[in-house]
Design a protein around this ligand. Structure first.
Ligand SMILES: Cc1cc2nc3c(=O)[nH]c(=O)nc-3n(C[C@H](O)[C@H](O)[C@H](O)COP(=O)(O)O)c2cc1C
Length: 198
C-alpha cells in the first residue's frame, strides 16, 4: 500500500476480535515507534505494552468501558517524562563513542544549554507533545500491516498509573489499542481544504 492509501485507510477502530497479532507484526510496530523523530533526539517517551487479558480488563474499566481496550491484542500506553535530564544523559553516553571528540563536545554543549534553558514545565510539555509523533508512526504502521488501531485520550490517568504501577517520573498521555478490527472503516468526516489551509 502506498503511504497516501495507508493514511486514507487508517481509522479509529472501536472493537477488535480479541485475537493476538503475530510477534513479527508486534516487532514492526515497536520499531516504528522507536524510529520516530524528536527534538534534539531526546526520544522523550516510554511505552508500556499490555497484552494480558486480566490487565486489559482492568484498563477497560479505567477507560470508561470503551470496548476497544479489552478486545485489543495489545494496548500501547504512551507515557511522557516529567524531566528530560535522564534522557539527555543517556543520549550523550550513547553518542560519545560514536562521534569524533570535537563534534561530540559541540553536541554536548548544545544539548546541555538547550535543556538548561527549559523549565521543568516546558520539559514536561515537550515530552507530552512529541510522543504523538511516535503514536502516528504506530497508527500508520498498524494500518500498513492490515491491523487496526485507535488513539485514545479517554481514560482515567490516575487509575492507569495505579494499575500499571507507573513510576513517579512517567505520566500516561495517550493509549493505542491495536488488533484485528471487527468493523469496516466508517466514512471520514473532515473539514474542507479551504477551512484548514490559509
Ligand atoms: C488524542 C486523541 C484521543 C482520542 N481519544 C479517543 C477515545 O478516547 N475514544 C475513541 O473512541 N476515539 C478516540 N479518538 C479517535 C477520534 O475520535 C478519531 O480519530 C476521529 O473521530 C476521526 O476519526 P478517524 O480516526 O476514524 O478518521 C482519539 C483521537 C485522538 C487523536
Amino acid at each position: 500500500m502506498e503511504l497516501h492509501d495507508i493514511i486514507k485507510k487508517r481509522h479509529a477502530a472501536k472493537l477488535f476480535t480479541g485475537e493476538k497479532i503475530s510477534s513479527e507484526h508486534l516487532e514492526k510496530l515497536k520499531e516504528s515507534i522507536r524510529l520516530a523523530p524528536s527534538s534534539f533526539n531526546w526520544q522523550p517517551w516510554k511505552i508500556k505494552i499490555v497484552s494480558d487479558k486480566k490487565v486489559l480488563e482492568s484498563l477497560y474499566k479505567a477507560s470508561y468501558d470503551q470496548p476497544q481496550v479489552k478486545t485489543a491484542s495489545h494496548l500501547f500506553v504512551f507515557c511522557s517524562f516529567n524531566s528530560l535530564q535522564d534522557n539527555n544523559n543517556k543520549l550523550l553516553d550513547e553518542m560519545k563513542p560514536n562521534m569524533p571528540k570535537e563534534k561530540f563536545d559541540g553536541f554536548k554543549i548544545m544539548l546541555e544549554s538547550a535543556l538548561k534553558n527549559m523549565s521543568p514545565e516546558e520539559q514536561e510539555r515537550m515530552s507530552e507533545r512529541e510522543l504523538f509523533l511516535a503514536v502516528q508512526n504506530l497508527l500508520l504502521t498498524a494500518t500498513s500491516l492490515e491491523l487496526a488501531s485507535c488513539p485514545m485520550g479517554g481514560f482515567a490517568h490516575a487509575e492507569y498509573a495505579k494499575i500499571l504501577e507507573l513510576p513517579e517520573n512517567l505520566k500516561a498521555i495517550v493509549v493505542v489499542p491495536v488488533g484485528i478490527s471487527v468493523e469496516e472503516p466508517r466514512q471520514k468526516f473532515r473539514f474542507a481544504h479551504e477551512d484548514i489551509f490559509f
